[in-house]
Design a binder for this molecule. Structure first.
Ligand code: RIB
Length: 310
């Protein structure tokens, strides 16, 4: 089983012609509110990609929290490890997109600050399970969950998003690190590596220093992955005729990658399937509702570009 220790938010989405300047108010014609949060998104993507998945997190005792949990349950994500806080409302993110498909997100943590690593006890963080986590929950709780999983022999995937500074010891608990290019540069600075290095060199340096597999997602340019032993792949993203929405595509990548790896596929195949899934997710509006099911991923894999060894 995959255990996702992570954030659960309600997203308020608006599309504008352009982002506002400092001090400017602009009008959006409408808005939607949809379940989100990097943890919840990744859990749903993993479940759709065919893995038994549970989420451990915290919501408020409110309507948004209930709505999000119902959606996760309908998608076969186990939610019994989600706590309800009396003190905080469910986390909320404002997702503003412009017409080019770019997005800017501001997240208010709400109940995500109240999640505790105790909710993911050692009994479930064992070697047959895999822990997938991100950075929208308190760092110290993340570190405890990761240490428990690592000590018990469970594989640990960390999506360092947003790119907060983490202690070096925390990286030693990670088997697979997933970052986008901005996060890679921020992490490089923290690790005293040269952030101006090209992405391949940066991934190689981070994989070597962290003794882990480093995966850098690069949007339309695809992904780069390098193992601690220096094996590497460059995988192009899908050719998409029209991008509807890139929000949450990185979460789709992380969840699908975790599922494919956990179901026993090779690293190269899991990377390819995750790249394909995140591409498919850009064809539809929204985050969770755009994530593909395993059959769609397998179908799109037939025409996916080959990985190049680096
Ligand atoms: O990665 C996209 C997600 O980031 C959104 O769903 C939002 O909730 C923020 O967590």
């Amino acid at each position: 089983m995959i255990i996702v220790f992570g954030s659960i938010n309600m997203d308020v989405n608006m599309t504008v012609k352009r982002f506002p300047e400092d001090g400017e108010t602009i009008l959006a014609p409408s808005y939607t509110s949809t379940p989100g949060g990097k943890g919840a998104n990744q859990a749903l993507a993993a479940a759709r990609a065919g893995s038994k998945t549970a989420i451990v997190g915290c919501v408020g005792d409110d309507g948004p929290g209930l709505r999000i949990l119902n959606k996760l349950k309908r998608n076969e994500v186990i939610t019994s490890g989600v706590a309800k806080s009396d003190d905080y409302p469910t986390g909320m993110a404002t997702v503003v997109k412009d017409r080019s498909g770019g997005n800017r997100i501001i997240m208010a943590s709400g109940a995500n600050v109240a999640v505790s690593a105790d909710q993911a006890p050692a009994e479930i963080l064992h070697s047959k399970n895999l822990l997938l986590t991100q950075m929208e929950v308190p760092l110290e709780q993340n570190a405890i969950a990761m240490k428990t999983a690592h000590d018990n022999g469970a594989k640990v995937i960390l999506n360092l998003a947003p790119a907060l500074t983490i202690p070096k010891e925390m990286l030693s608990l990670v088997d697979y690190l997933i970052v986008n290019q901005i996060e890679a540069k921020q992490l490089a600075k923290n690790l005293k590596l040269d952030p101006k290095k090209d992405t391949v060199k940066l991934a190689q340096a981070m994989a070597k220093q962290g003794k882990l597999t480093c995966i850098v997602t690069m949007g339309a340019e695809g992904i780069i992955a390098v193992t601690a032993e220096g094996k590497g792949w460059q995988i192009p993203s899908m050719d998409l005729e029209k991008v509807a929405d890139t929000t949450g595509a990185g979460d789709c990548f992380c969840g699908t990658f975790a599922a494919c790896l956990h179901e026993g596929r090779s690293l190269e195949t899991a990377l390819k399937m995750a790249t394909v899934a995140s591409g498919l997710s850009c064809l539809k509006e929204g985050t969770q509702s755009s994530y593909p099911y395993l059959a769609e991923i397998e179908d799109a894999m037939k025409t996916a570009a080959a990985a190049k060894k680096i």
